[in-house]
Design a protein around this ligand. Structure first.
Ligand code: MLT
Length: 320
């Protein structure tokens, strides 16, 4: 009799679960952004979720959870309920670089999440305070080599995009700097503008407006070709550091076990946001690279995350 009761209970739970997935979302959704408000991940999250909320008919509420290079918020997301009401905006740091830099990382980027979809590619720039004593990338590199740890390098914590792309740069240049960690490159940018910190490598969606306003210096963009959003900023190849080519990305994830119907609804809302002219314009104006249609599926993101972890692990172990 007991086994029958168990089977009946399991069947009821299954029916309830799929019924909940069918009515999803029935209440607001929380999106964890594992960095401070105002930074690149937060900016991408707020732009895409504004349109996603309209499609889903429920507000997606951003919760900024900073710390430990984004792994604090990412760990929290990995342990959240998998009913679809807690999701996150991750990126090349949280779901690519972190495993190489955190031996005891409490989550596996591939195993502990359901990939929802890629939101934006974010090219990396080498940016410095306005008063930095170098007129071009060659002068910047020479200054780094000559002054090493007298130079303050901002980043968003070990394993973040700004940290991992930063140690890649300093290891290629062959120097060590003084690292200044923040809870996100939003706050770091404030200190760069005020001259409290010397330089950082950061995502274009965070620094494009300040570069255009002339409040910080941009020595180069680390992509093969220039950004249409910043046509006057040379590539690292043009500026004499061709080996420094690196780009980042931001993507939406749900906790492992989130029902497929829920993931599909979230992906559908993201795809519609990326097709919306207004959303596209806001992202493109900030220099984001929009995913191609084939890059917008959950399956594509799942494969991509596995490749990113495999790509960054040897690079960062060597850089350390
Ligand atoms: C941010 O949003 O602050 C950045 O994505 C942090 C980083 O990874 O550099």
């Amino acid at each position: 009799m007991k086994i029958l009761a168990k089977l009946a209970f399991a069947a009821a739970a299954l029916v309830a679960g799929s019924a909940a997935a069918q009515t999803y979302p029935a209440k607001p959704i929380t999106m964890i952004v594992p960095f401070a408000a105002g930074g690149p991940t937060d900016v991408v999250a707020r732009i895409v979720t504004e349109h996603m909320s309209r499609t889903l008919g429920q507000q997606i509420v951003i919760e900024n959870v900073g710390g430990a290079g984004g792994t604090t918020g990412t760990t929290r997301a990995s342990q959240a309920g998998n009913d679809g009401y807690t999701i996150m905006m991750g990126h090349m740091g949280t779901h690519g670089a972190a495993p190489a830099l955190y031996p005891n990382l409490k989550y596996d980027p591939s195993k502990d999440f359901e990939p929802v979809g890629l939101a934006a590619g974010t090219p990396i720039l080498i940016v410095a305070k306005k008063a930095f004593p170098a007129q071009d990338l060659k002068g910047f590199v020479d200054y780094l080599k000559a002054n090493g740890d007298k130079v303050n390098q901002a980043h968003a914590g070990v394993g973040s995009v700004s940290h991992s792309t930063g140690i890649l740069l300093t290891s290629q240049v062959g120097t060590k700097t003084t690292q200044v960690p923040y809870t996100g490159t939003g706050p770091a940018l404030n200190d760069l503008v005020s001259g409290q910190v010397d330089f950082m490598t950061d995502q274009i969606v965070n620094v494009a407006e300040q570069i255009r306003a002339g409040t910080i210096r941009a020595y180069a963009i680390a992509t093969p070709s220039r950004s249409p959003a910043l046509p006057d900023v040379p590539t690292t190849k043009e500026a004499g550091l061709p080996q420094y080519e690196v780009s980042a990305w931001n993507a939406i994830f749900a906790p492992k076990g989130t029902p497929a119907e829920v993931v599909t609804k979230l992906n559908d809302a993201l795809v519609k946001a990326l097709a919306d002219e207004g959303t596209r314009k806001r992202l493109l104006d900030l220099g984001a690279v929009l995913p191609e249609k084939n890059e917008q599926t959950s399956a594509w993101l799942g494969d991509f995350v596995a490749k990113e972890v495999a790509r960054w692990t040897p690079v960062l172990k060597a850089a350390k």
